[in-house]
Design a binder for this molecule. Structure first.
Ligand SMILES: Cc1ncc(COP(=O)(O)O)c(C=O)c1O
Length: 391
């Protein structure tokens, strides 16, 4: 054991030295969009519950109704863990996304792992944005496909990587990208990516974790917002953000879904979601589709908040969505800023390596439709003052 003890101590020391120690903070509920931290009510600027649905009475009612049918699904969906409600939800989801079929997974993370490992193998090339979410990176690694990483949202580099993949004569090539990038709040150049996908005979998978619910007519996602959804082969997303619940999904044509049903290990070898979640997501789908005013409010609040920070020369990177990073650089400074913001009643999380690249630590603000204009204006003032006062 002494080898382990030495190693654990050294790991602790290295994290401490680099200001990279993480802990799970206790955040208690307070009426949305507030949260309780250390006994104090704070404005929650770190939630992905974009439309406020997590506390919606209709969702709570649906969860209670599902829970009354059983606390768990009892087995994998391929065995006996998939009931009529599951099927009805997938039909509704496919209609929402405008695809032939949809498939629900345990979470967005599991959907990415299960999809990428089901579709890719050693004979494939996968062309992946350098800032893709960790669950894409992990799925790609596990798939054993050859990875061609392109510079973030860099269409010229994407083309170069596609050329390299073509030269390597892979049997199949997949392009994979977030639609809205979770730590930068910018968007993928989907129209250009689609042109290249067609030119190179590749397939395209997009992760709409932060796009669904917020973008597109009825909140179907960023690809729908641009009107290019029909050119996307695999639409992936989560129910844990704008839907206010939990779970993941893939929406695609029948042939992709049949491949996933037959070979996705995170679907086959994991228990189905409990009935409470299936019923909750079903109701959330309807509420998301009807949340036009909330979507419009969220987008204009985000634009105003970002403009205020930028007006004070703060660096919000390339953000153009409800996710707004404040780039600080060093991890220790970022932690200090987050702490100062907490003293001003603002809950805003410091994001450090390895979640983001070395030297790009940041505070990540995620705006909610329910943030009032006044509380955002006050928050922006406090953020500007505290950033300027940071040594
Ligand atoms: C882009 C992206 N994809 C996938 C996930 C994983 O989704 P889930 O939280 O449902 O596992 C997240 C968030 O956590 C995400 O930001």
């Amino acid at each position: 054991m002494s080898g382990w003890n030495d190693w654990l101590r050294a790991q602790d020391a290295a994290r401490e030295q680099a200001a990279l120690e993480r802990s799970i903070a206790v955040t208690d509920d307070a009426p949305h969009p507030w949260a309780m931290r250390d006994g104090r009510r704070m404005l929650n600027l770190s939630s992905n519950n974009y439309l406020g649905l997590a506390e919606h009475p209709e969702l709570l009612e649906a969860a209670a109704s599902g829970a009354a049918r059983g606390a768990g699904a009892g087995s994998s969906r391929l065995v006996a863990g998939s009931d009529t409600a599951y099927r009805a939800l997938e039909e509704k989801l496919a209609a929402f996304k405008g695809t032939e079929r949809a498939l629900v997974f345990g979470s967005g993370y599991l959907a990415n792992i299960g999809t990428l490992t089901s579709l890719l193998d050693r004979s494939c090339g996968v062309v992946s944005d350098s800032l893709n979410h960790a669950s894409i990176i992990d799925g790609v690694r596990l798939s054993r496909a050859t990875v061609y990483r392109y510079g973030h949202a860099d269409i010229n580099d994407l083309e170069a990587q596609l050329r390299a993949a073509s030269a390597a004569s892979h049997e199949r090539v997949l392009i994979v990208t977030d639609s809205v990038f979770s730590m930068d709040g910018d968007v993928a150049p989907l129209a250009d990516i689609i042109a290249l996908k067609h030119a190179h005979g590749a397939a395209l998978m997009i992760d709409e974790a932060h796009g669904t619910g917020v973008f597109g007519p009825n909140g179907a996602g960023y690809a729908h917002d641009l009107g290019v959804d029909e050119h996307v082969d695999i639409h992936l997303g989560t129910f844990s953000k704008a839907f206010g619940a939990y779970g993941g999904y893939v929406a695609a044509s029948d042939s992709w879904i049949r491949q996933l049903v037959n070979t996705s290990r995170t679907l086959t070898y994991s228990t189905g979601l409990p009935p409470a979640l299936i019923e909750t997501i079903d109701v959330a789908l309807e509420l998301v589709a009807a949340s036009h005013p909330q979507r419009a409010a969220l987008r204009s609040k985000a634009a105003r908040f970002r403009a205020t920070l930028q007006g004070a020369q703060l660096d919000t990177g390339l953000s153009s969505t409800q996710i707004i990073p404040l780039l600080v650089g060093r991890s220790d400074r970022t932690l200090r800023l987050a702490e100062r913001l907490r003293t001003r009643g603002l809950l805003a999380h410091a994001i450090r390596p390895p979640t983001v690249a070395e030297g790009t630590a940041r505070i990540r603000f995620s705006l909610l439709a329910s943030h009032s204009d006044d509380s955002l204006a006050e928050a922006a003032r406090a953020i500007i003052e505290e950033t300027e006062a940071l040594d």
